[in-house]
Design a protein around this ligand. Structure first.
Ligand code: AMP
Length: 463
């Protein structure tokens, strides 16, 4: 046997940087939010899907695209013992479309409407509202090119935000065209940046060569002037894209969803076509980090009622915080190697971002059980029978709390009082022999002795 003593210098284990435990009220708030969002999605006909946390690296390389920050810098990627290159999923859309193809959902009635929720992983610099593990809720409508699907995703998102208390949101919207008109726009953009190459950061010089559309994702101060005057995608839209975008905006107006145009919005992923959007919030005096879309929001006017009212001011406002976003991704299936196009649109939202909002209203999940009874067991004979009695309580739908560590009546009653539990059940040696329990009202201090076989009935009367 080794006589080595454990070294006292060893630090106790801690969570990995940018990741955190979710405990107590934070846990309930997260569950409550996800449950509410799921419920709303279900009412609208979205079905749940859960995809694995690990996916093949290729899925995101082909889907999100080389030259994007997520693929180039932020993926937790590694090789399995079997030699597969895998990634801890950085986002949900590529997985959902993989699942759509893999499970032959194209033969289901179209469109297929799915929602998902769960942890996502990006190797970013942790800061307020930005973690390496975070929770997203997402909606996807697959199998239709119709503009009403874009509007439906945005509308469902707005309703979820509203139900979560977020009153001060607005959707930034843009159209980045399709394969007909986008190449012309990308050429114009690249030519413009080439002319201004002296005024851009080294990352943008690389983007210019590899993936010019990503130039508009740049958040570097140096590039903001160039970016602001860059050509706008909406001016080069083909007729079909212009019509689609116009319809989306008409839906938003008809639904009274606050929105404004943001010509610099391209979103940091390659798979988008036509509509792109972000839900942002004016943080007012709340401190906030920079929005995902960069500086354009910082110049945007405060949220108005509709796009018309909101979109014409030069007024400066505080930085806008991106709560999530999405867009149409008609070519993603083809990009992933599927033989047919699957026109689709979706959005995802970061729960931790929503929690930062001063307006966010915490909701409890449905299965939170506030203990109604503090169960006190005294002595070994009582302890032997106690789990059976606790089961009677569970079947009678009475949630309890207890102390498995404390032995004295006084200290357990004190705990019950401290935790504001309305009733205590006292189960000692005598009660164990008699097959009874004592039910104590913690407010009045009155006590009843109840036979165990009558307990369920007695508890019903108490409710
Ligand atoms: P994206 O897929 O980059 O558009 O992200 C969608 C939303 O997920 C963002 O707007 C945030 O609400 C959330 N999100 C993305 N990355 C992070 C992160 N590192 N930490 C927390 N939330 C994030």
């Amino acid at each position: 046997m080794s006589s080595k003593k454990p070294t006292s210098k060893k630090e106790p284990p801690q969570t990995v940087k940018g990741m955190h435990d979710v405990i107590g009220s934070e846990y309930y708030a997260l569950e409550g939010f996800l449950e509410k969002a799921s419920e709303i999605a279900m009412y609208y006909g979205f079905q749940p899907i859960e995809t694995p946390v690990l996916e093949k690296e290729e899925l995101f390389r082909s889907g999100i695209g080389e030259g994007t920050d997520i693929v180039d810098k932020e993926m937790f990627a590694f090789r399995t013992k079997g030699g597969d290159h895998v990634v801890m999923r950085p986002e949900g859309t590529a997985s959902v479309i993989r699942a759509y193809i893999e499970h032959g959902m194209q033969s289901w009635p179209q469109p297929v409407m799915l929602y998902y929720k769960g942890p996502f992983f990006r190797h970013e610099t942790p800061q307020r509202g930005r973690f390496r593990q975070f929770t997203q809720f997402g909606l996807e409508i697959l199998g239709t090119p119709k503009s009403i699907a874009d509007a439906h995703v945005i509308h469902a998102s707005a309703v979820i935000a509203h139900e979560a208390g977020l009153q001060n949101i607005i959707f930034e919207v843009n159209s980045i065209g399709d394969k007909e008109c986008r190449p012309r726009y990308v050429r114009e953009l690249a030519n413009y940046y080439k002319r201004n190459a002296g005024d851009i950061c080294s990352d943008c010089k690389r983007r210019l060569k590899e993936n010019p559309l990503r130039l508009l994702d740049c958040k570097n101060e140096k590039c903001q002037g160039v970016k602001e005057n860059a050509p706008q995608a909406v001016t080069t839209l083909c007729d079909a894209c212009r019509k689609h975008f116009k319809e989306v905006l008409e839906y938003l107006e008809a639904l009274n969803i606050p929105f404004r145009l943001n010509n610099n919005l391209v979103r940091g992923l390659d798979y988008y076509t036509r509509t792109v959007f972000e839900m942002v919030e004016n943080p007012d005096d709340a401190e906030s980090e920079e929005s995902d879309t960069g500086e354009k929001e910082a110049k945007s006017p405060p949220a108005g009622k509709t796009g018309k009212q909101a979109g014409n001011s030069e007024e400066k406002s505080p930085r806008w915080l991106a709560l999530g976003g999405g867009g149409r991704y008609d070519y993603l299936a083809r990009q992933l190697g599927y033989r047919k196009e699957v026109p689709a649109v979706g959005a995802s939202y970061g729960a931790e971002r929503w929690f930062l909002s001063k307006d966010f209203e915490r909701m409890n999940p449905r299965i939170v059980k506030q203990p109604k009874i503090y169960f006190i067991q005294l002595g070994f004979d009582a302890k032997l029978k106690s789990l059976g009695i606790i089961e009677i309580l569970r079947k009678a739908k009475v949630p309890i709390t207890q102390s498995l560590a404390k032995d004295s009546l006084g200290s357990q009653l004190a705990q019950a009082e401290k935790q504001n539990i309305p009733y205590a059940i006292i189960f000692g040696q005598k009660e164990a022999i008699d097959d009874t329990v004592i039910v104590r009202d913690m407010n009045t201090r009155s006590q009843d002795t109840v036979a165990v076989k009558e307990l369920a009935k007695y508890l019903k009367g108490m409710k």
